[in-house]
Design a protein around this ligand. Structure first.
Ligand code: ADP
Length: 489
């Protein structure tokens, strides 16, 4: 039972007693009895006390209602997590508390609103930063060059897949680890570290930004294959001009280097190959001019040598020009519907006298082909002739050369195969025979050659006609070269 209820109950008892006393005194007085004044005094006092209690109860109930209303409003705010003002009815003493409380709540509400706005702004900024970070990462990850980004403590903070593959580490496991513990390549680690420290030691300003980028050529051994890279090392700068890290980009220049090496080799090979027949021609002409050759037979022999060497020179120049024309794309290509079997037949006719001279049997397995190809007649003829002429050249007397044609309808291809029972090619030489000027060492005695025939044939078949040129061979047993060309649609 609350205090208010207890006081209320007591008041009701006292009011009843007071009222009964008053009624009793009044009745007695009316009947002419003498009323005991002292007792009456007590009863009146009780009545007054009861009335006072009643007034207090009414006041107390008002206060209680207001306090309840404040409590429930505060509870609601707490539940809804929203600040508002405390509303009270009337204008009693409690407003002395609610007014400063409301002022306090207003200040808190404003402060919360300010903090929420700041928080929202911070979230937006963080999302923008996150999006920019992802954007940068996406760019870095899509680059085919290897990219490594380190911070000012030389720890890895970003690396793409190309870098992981090249340097053999996992970015997920290396994040924030020092490059020392992640990258095995000591020189690369040194380069990154040097770039960072040289950037830091430069005076802040324009000079520093100019000095923070350098390109270094660096070689990395990848599974036993040395690869050359251009490593671009740049310092990452803070807006204040301080070095915050290094970006290293490794661009593979192995192929470019090989090409430039091949060009140099090609030029020196060409000059060497041209010089050999030229010096021979020059020597024989000089002997003839000096009158050193007296008998007609030797003179004729010399003329024949000169003619042969001139022919070789001519072939050489023709082949070099054809290869470079195809490579540079200036070769005029006349494509027409062509029957590969017909071209193969013509080659057999042309090569037969050469084969006969060496007592080589040509086996003609050319079957009619009903699927035409779209190709340059002269070029395809040249390609098959090169293979047939090689087969005859590198087959000892009495051997056989088989020329056949076929069709692979499933793969939409026709083919021409030239196989011989000749000297064959060892597995070490096999991958190199299509290189320009490459001749198998032991074969140079067997026949004259330029080392350009197969390179040209490959260009004609693969680059110009989208076909394939295969070889299978075994030293001492013979070789089979196959040209495969797509059927015309
Ligand atoms: P070459 O003018 O020297 O014949 P090719 O480019 O036609 O130049 O051939 C390159 C080399 O490949 C030849 O020097 C030879 O050693 C080898 N070769 C080509 N065809 C055959 C073959 N049928 N049998 C054995 N070796 C061959």
């Amino acid at each position: 039972m609350t205090t208010a209820k207890k006081v209320g109950l007591a008041s009701v008892v006292l009011v009843s007693l007071g009222a009964s006393a008053a009624y009793y005194s009044a009745t007695m007085a009316l009947r002419g009895y003498e009323v005991h004044t002292r007792t009456l005094g007590y009863l009146v006092l009780g009545l007054v006390a009861a009335l006072t209690s009643l007034i207090l109860i009414i006041f107390w109930r008002n206060v209680h209602r207001t306090v309840n209303s404040i409590v429930s409003q505060l509870d609601r705010m707490a539940q809804q997590r929203e600040f508002g003002l405390i509303m009270t009815e009337g204008d009693d003493e409690l407003t002395l508390i609610t007014q400063p409380l409301n002022r306090f709540l207003t200040v808190v509400k404003e402060e919360i609103a300010r903090l929420q706005a700041e928080n929202r702004e911070a979230q937006i900024q963080s999302r923008i930063a996150e999006a920019e970070k992802r954007h940068t990462e996406a760019i870095v990850f899509s680059i085919s060059d290897a990219v490594i980004v380190t911070n000012r403590f030389d720890e890895i903070i970003l690396a793409n897949e190309a870098a992981e593959k090249l340097l053999g580490f996992s970015f997920a496991h290396s994040i924030r680890k020092n490059i020392d513990h992640v990258i095995d390549d000591g020189r690369l680690v040194r380069l990154i570290r040097e770039t960072r420290s040289s950037g830091q030691s430069q005076p802040i300003g324009a000079a520093r930004s100019r000095l923070t980028r350098r390109i270094v050529e660096h070689s990395i051994d990848k599974k036993g294959q040395p690869k050359t890279f251009n490593v671009t090392l740049s310092c990452v700068m803070t807006p204040e001009g301080k070095v915050s890290g290094v970006v290293a980009v490794l661009h593979d220049i192995t192929r470019e280097k090989e090409i430039s090496q091949m060009k140099t080799e090609f030029v020196s090979n060409v000059s060497h190959e041209l010089r050999t027949p030229l010096s021979s021609i020059k020597a024989y002409i000089e002997m003839l001019l000096d009158g050193e050759v007296e008998d007609e037979k030797t003179r004729k022999e010399f003329y024949e040598i000169i003619a042969n060497e001139t022919e070789r020179l001519n072939r050489l120049i023709e082949n070099i020009l054809n290869i470079s024309r195809i490579e540079s794309g200036v070769m005029r290509i006349v494509r027409e519907p062509l029957n590969l079997a017909e071209v193969a037949k013509r080659v057999i006719e042309v090569i037969s006298p050469q084969a006969k001279a060496k007592n080589i049997t040509i086996i003609d397995r050319v079957v009619p082909l009903y699927h035409p190809i779209e190709a340059d007649r002269d070029m395809i003829y040249q390609a098959i002739l090169n293979l047939a002429s090689n087969a005859v050249k590198y087959t000892p007397n009495g051997g056989t050369v088989t020329i056949s044609t076929g069709v692979d309808e499933r793969r939409n291809m026709v083919n021409c195969e030239v196989s011989d029972t000749g000297v064959g090619i060892s597995s070490e030489d096999l991958p190199r025979i299509f290189d320009k000027f490459y001749r198998v060492k032991g074969h140079t005695k067997l026949a004259k050659g330029t080392g350009l025939g197969l390179a040209l044939t490959k260009q004609i078949v693969e680059s110009v006609h989208n076909g394939k040129l295969y070889v299978t061979s075994e030293a001492g047993k013979g070789s089979t070269f196959t040209i495969e060309l797509p059927i015309m649609r």
